[in-house]
Design a protein around this ligand. Structure first.
Ligand SMILES: Cc1cc2nc3c(=O)[nH]c(=O)nc-3n(C[C@H](O)[C@H](O)[C@H](O)COP(=O)(O)O)c2cc1C
Length: 201
């Protein structure tokens, strides 16, 4: 069953400078494949990590997504962009991957770039906010900031593999995390059949 948000509203995807650029790729690919409208924004650290991990400039990815579906990009420094305002309705926001710097800023209401401001808006408007965090090990500052965000209603979703599913590749793990993100955003209600635990693995 294809499960499009009943509102048909755009989904905001923030990309920060944590490792795991592939997580952003698979999540946006999946959203577009399922017919969602996506508005993305990426920090300068995210663009740097993208170049290192994906062997292409982030600009190439933007053009590909524009060809693939209803995709638009808003510059991270543009605090007058639509997603900066609560009056612009969205289905929610995922930050993927989400750095500890962005976790800290959002936990403390520091809305100094478009990703952080859009996350702040999602919290104040009580819209789904999913943070696909990537750091290990975690210190007590990280843990406290994540606990604050969870108490405010955000979903903290580390892209941890489901070892019982026998993932073979990084792509499998990223795909799994992206499907979990869709569910956390309320855009899907279950994992695809091949990702459902049957006990046979
Ligand atoms: C190659 C590379 C990998 C990084 N990986 C991580 C990471 O996995 N988690 C993290 O919290 N920060 C990571 N960082 C550090 C962040 O990029 C840095 O804290 C940055 O200020 C985050 O800013 P942003 O959240 O605005 O993107 C990494 C930096 C580089 C250059």
């Amino acid at each position: 069953m294809t499960f499009i948000s009943s509102s048909g509203l755009p989904v905001v995807v923030g990309i920060t400078g944590a490792s795991g650029a592939i997580l952003a790729k698979t999540t946006i690919d999946l959203l577009l494949k399922k017919g969602h409208s996506v508005i993305a924004t990426a920090s300068s650290a995210a663009r740097m990590v993208w170049r290192e991990e994906m062997d292409e400039s982030f600009g190439v990815a933007i053009e590909r997504w524009k060809d693939d579906g209803d995709f638009s990009y808003q510059a991270v420094g543009d605090l007058s962009a639509q997603i900066s305002s609560g009056t612009f309705s969205t289905a929610g926001m995922a930050i993927v991957p989400c750095s500890m710097a962005s976790v800290a800023a959002i936990a403390h209401g520091l809305a100094d770039n478009l990703i952080r401001r859009a996350a702040d808006v999602s919290l104040k408007e009580r819209r789904p906010l999913v943070l696909v965090i990537r750091e290990t090990p975690l210190n007590s500052i990280h843990l406290r900031n994540m606990a604050s965000l969870a108490e405010m209603g955000a979903t903290i979703l580390p892209p941890v593999p489901a070892f019982y599913l026998g993932h073979k590749t990084i792509e499998d793990i990223a795909d799994f995390a992206s499907h979990r993100t869709m569910i956390a955003l309320g855009l899907d209600d279950r994992l695809p059949i091949h990702m459902n635990y049957t006990g046979d693995q």
